[in-house]
Design a binder for this molecule. Structure first.
Ligand SMILES: [Zn+2]
Length: 72
């Protein structure tokens, strides 16, 4: 699991775009590229988590369909 919804309180700040998160923030764990190095989890907004996982070309469509919302 690389991303999941959190129950953090509202008005958390997204650690990627620095915006306030209006909806449930997501915990996102960047993929591990370096062996023996555990990436830190970041608290991000919905837009950032979709963009990170699906890429900037596809994330809007996935957001509309709520792909991540159902699976994690
Ligand atoms: Zn963000």
């Amino acid at each position: 699991m690389i991303a999941k919804k959190t129950t953090a309180q509202m008005m958390s700040k997204c650690e990627m775009c620095d915006d306030f998160v209006k909806r449930t923030p997501y915990k996102y764990k960047p993929q591990q590229y370096i062996p023996d190095w555990e990436p830190a989890e970041v608290l991000v907004c919905r837009k950032c988590v979709y963009r990170e996982i699906y890429g900037s070309k596809n994330y809007r469509k996935q957001m509309k369909e709520g792909t991540l919302d159902d699976t994690i």
